[in-house]
Ligand binder design. Structure first.
Ligand code: C2E
Ligand code: CA
Ligand code: CA
Length: 784
């Protein structure tokens, strides 16, 4: 078995080792401390040495199994432990009978240890900080300087003044408190970097606090302020050793060298209290213990307090600056697009409104040009968003270059840009400006994925200053005109006219009508027969939606596109599918003797294929009405298959798995690609009415239909011809080998009851009305 090394994720919780050993070592040091209290001096030394050696061993081994991302600081800690131990041993062995020390050697080792531990702490800090929280440094300065001031007045001054020891020794001893203060400065920063406060962090803190305590006890002793018992002087170092070892052993030690996320956080209460205490404490000290007359004391205190306030000031200044900066940033962000740096839609409206205002009574007009990049989606889907972004930036730059400096180029969203400018009506044609905008697209765009030629569709709306236009209306008009340019075949401009507005208004009113009709239940289905050409038996029906509102009939060519644009096609399509399957179940049941294999064809639009409810619904409905899956046929237009091939493929495959048959509707009007007929699990092609109508007259159409039938046969697909209106067309199709036909020749779409009477079980009256119908559709059984 191979264990993959964690490459990116720091192993914090997933460590193979437990935290147990860390707690064992820490507990051992506590036990040693208790033992220390009762032992004789010789045994004390042995205890001390054992704990120290255990600590060094832990520090050497732990990084091997905890695998932090760097081992250097841990090696430095190991060296620290060794140097401290050597210092302690020397101190014990070089002291005279009275316990006094004259040699500087022990201090040399101990100070070396401080240098090492200091370096290790700085390394932790560096690794943790990442892109840091700058405030943490000022806060740490505050705490550090505060500590130095306290150490100065309470420890350094008395030490230097103490008699008995040699001068060199006194100076060296007085070094410890400031060194501790420096270490405290680093520890404070580690604590203030936004910490995931892992156990290793607390253990490290415990170690440092223990060292500080021990040092203070020693300093107090040397300064002759008091004589703390040996337990207070050596004990803390035992705990420090234990805690240092535990820090390294604890699996969470890895977080100490992992960059912490640079979160912007408000001042945490603990941090606030610490910083405040560090500022206030020295002031209190001066109050309680006014500086001696000595100049040196005053200078130290003055410098310290200045530093303190400097750090606090720096922090506040930074906070204020940051606030101002983020406000400015937010202001720009609210009105500008992050990708292109251009003004966004909000700014576009503001600018248009301002220009309209300025244009009042000035004789010039305001023009808005809405630009959409043709087939941007294809580029994005084919080459990825990176390429799309590159293009948008390039388009923004080029548009800026072809307009006047005081024109506003904005990104209106997605792949849409808009330009607002003044138009001197006497001399300038808006279409000339549009031509300049086109020139921005003349050269291919050099993208990292290659050179791309792209075209825009441009919508133009112009308003005179006095026409009472609002910015919103002008922008909307330009948008409408842009869509018109797209509909007209892209790569062109279109100038807004009120007729366009009427079209939009009509679309809106259709939407309203559709909603009302759906609520009122005045949508219904009509059924048009599909006939098997070989014997002219009824094969099945296509269900076609009908809408009636206020006594008017709205044709599906009008309301279906609106339903698709608005998403209303989802509820509508679900209803159509349910109703059609229900009707089919009923008919199959009732007329099983006449039409045992009756099927129903239902139109399904693109949106519906993306409806997660489609598959479960199809399953449920056919089960509910006892319809065998193959009796349900779903018609999908060519364009749906092409536009979102991957997604469509998945859904179609699932439908095919249920057993439902899939038809390609309106074949020949779109891509007419052989490739996807082969790729998609379709069973049938429906040749579009426009080709069928030319049969017998237009030889081109004849050849196209012949080719489609031949191709379908080669792929073992069946063919339904749509819009068969004449006998000539029928004969043509039959001769070519077309499977089925649908059209007015056989019958128009009718409501259910009429469809039964006319096609399923023709009544004698119906037969009398239409002899062809009766003979052709009722199949062999009822024809005498
Ligand atoms: P389609 O799917 O191509 O439907 C066939 C259309 O041709 C129907 O128009 C039908 O009435 C018409 N038609 C049939 N035979 C003849 C003929 O011999 N001559 C002529 N000139 N026309 C014939 P309809 O019912 O107006 O439907 C129009 C379109 O609306 C349908 O075209 C279909 O795309 C859509 N549609 C209708 N109902 C639904 C539905 O429930 N869901 C969806 N998604 N679309 C529907
Ligand atoms: Ca259809
Ligand atoms: Ca069709």
């Amino acid at each position: 078995m191979t264990v993959l090394p964690a490459l990116t994720e720091p192993r914090v919780s997933g460590s193979r080792r437990s935290a147990g050993s860390a707690w064992v070592v820490l507990s051992l040091s506590v036990v040693a401390l208790i033992g220390y209290a009762f032992a004789v001096p010789d045994t004390q030394s042995i205890l001390f040495a054992v704990v120290a050696v255990a600590c060094v061993a832990s520090l050497m081994m732990a990084p091997r199994f905890n695998r932090p991302n760097t081992r250097l600081p841990w090696r430095l800690l190991a060296v620290t432990a060794v140097l401290f131990l050597v210092g302690a041993v020397l101190r014990a062995s070089l002291a005279d009978a009275a316990g006094h020390l004259t040699s500087l050697w022990p201090d040399a080792f101990t100070l070396g240890g401080y240098a090492c531990i200091g370096s290790a702490l700085v390394m932790f800090l560096r690794h943790r900080r990442g892109h840091g929280d700058a405030g943490s440094r000022s806060d740490a300065v505050v705490v550090g300087v505060g500590a130095i001031l306290l150490a100065w007045s309470f420890l350094v001054v008395p030490t230097l003044g103490a008699d008995g020891a040699g001068t060199a020794l006194r100076v060296v001893s007085s070094l410890y408190p400031p060194i501790d203060a420096l270490l405290l400065f680093v520890v404070a920063q580690i604590a203030f970097t936004d910490v995931s406060r892992a156990p290793a962090f607390w253990l490290l803190l415990l170690c440092m606090v223990a060292i500080f305590t021990g040092d203070i006890a020693y300093a107090v002793d040397i300064a002759r302020i008091a004589h703390p018992p040996i337990m207070l002087r050596d004990g803390p170092f035992l705990i420090a050793y234990g805690a240092m070892a535990a820090t390294a052993l604890h699996p969470s030690m890895v977080v100490l060298t992992v960059p912490q996320p640079a979160r912007v956080r408000a001042l945490v209460r603990g941090r606030l209290v610490t910083v405040a205490a560090a500022v206030v404490a020295p002031v209190l000290v001066i109050l309680v213990n006014p500086p001696g007359a000595g100049l040196r004391d005053r200078v130290v205190l003055a410098v310290g307090i200045s530093l303190l306030f400097g750090a606090v000031l720096q922090r506040s200044v930074r906070a204020v600056n940051q606030h101002a900066k983020s406000e400015a940033f937010l202001a720009v962000q609210a009105t500008h697009d992050a990708l292109t740096g251009l003004p966004n839609r909000t700014k576009l409206s503001e600018r248009t409104a301002a220009d309209l205002h300025d244009a009042r009574g000035s004789g010039h007009a305001v023009g808005v040009f809405f630009i959409d990049i043709d087939r941007f989606k294809v580029l994005n889907d084919t080459w990825g968003h990176g390429a799309g972004d590159e293009l948008l930036v390039a388009v923004g730059t080029r548009l800026r270059a072809v307009v006047r400096d005081d024109d506003c180029v904005a990104r209106a969203g997605g792949d849409e840009f808009a330009i607002v400018c003044r138009i001197q009506q006497a001399t300038e044609e808006p279409t000339a400006i549009a031509d300049r905008l086109f020139s921005a697209f003349a050269d291919p765009f050099r993208l990292s994925v290659g050179d791309m030629v792209l075209t825009p569709s441009i919508g133009i709306a112009v308003a005179e200053g006095d026409a009472g236009y609002t910015a919103e209306r002008l922008i909307r008009d330009a948008d409408i005109a842009m869509y018109r340019a797209k509909d007209a075949g892209r790569n062109r401009w279109s100038l807004f006219t009120t007729a366009m507005h009427d079209a939009v208004a009509e679309r809106l009113s259709i939407e309203q009508d559709l909603r009302r009709a759906m609520e009122a239940g005045t949508i219904s289905l009509h059924y048009q027969p599909i006939v098997e050409l070989a014997h002219e038996n009824l094969g099945g029906f296509e269900a076609l939606a009908r809408m009636e509102i206020d006594g008017r009939r709205v044709p599906p060519d009008v309301f279906i596109p609106v339903a698709e644009e608005t998403g209303l096609i989802l509820p509508l399509g679900r209803w159509v599918l349910r109703e059609a399957v229900r009707q089919l179940g009923l008919w199959r049941n009732q007329y099983s003797d006449l039409h045992p294999d009756l099927y129903m064809s239902v139109n399904v639009s693109a949106r519906q294929l993306r409806d997660p409810e489609l598959i479960p619904m199809v399953r449920a409905e056919i089960a509910k009405h006892g319809v065998p899956p193959h009796a349900l046929r779903l018609e999908i237009t060519e364009s749906v298959l092409m536009d979102d091939a991957e997604a469509a493929m998945l859904v179609l495959q699932q439908l095919r798995d249920i057993g439902v048959h899939l038809y390609v509707d309106d074949f020949g009007t779109g891509y007419s690609s052989l490739g996807y007929l082969k790729r998609f699990p379709v069973s049938t092609v429906k040749i579009d009415r426009s080709f069928v109508s030319g049969l017998g007259a237009d030889t081109d159409d004849q050849e196209i239909v012949r080719a489609v039938v031949a191709m379908a046969q080669a792929l073992s697909l069946t063919v339904v011809a749509e819009g068969v209106e004449t006998l000539v067309q029928r004969d043509c199709l039959r001769a070519m080998g077309c499977t089925s036909a649908q059209g007015w020749h056989y019958g128009k779409p009718l409501p259910a009851a009429e469809a039964v009477a006319a096609f399923i079980a023709p009544t004698p009256e119906e037969r009398a009305k239409s002899p062809i119908l009766a003979r052709q559709l009722a199949g062999g059984k009822r024809t005498a």
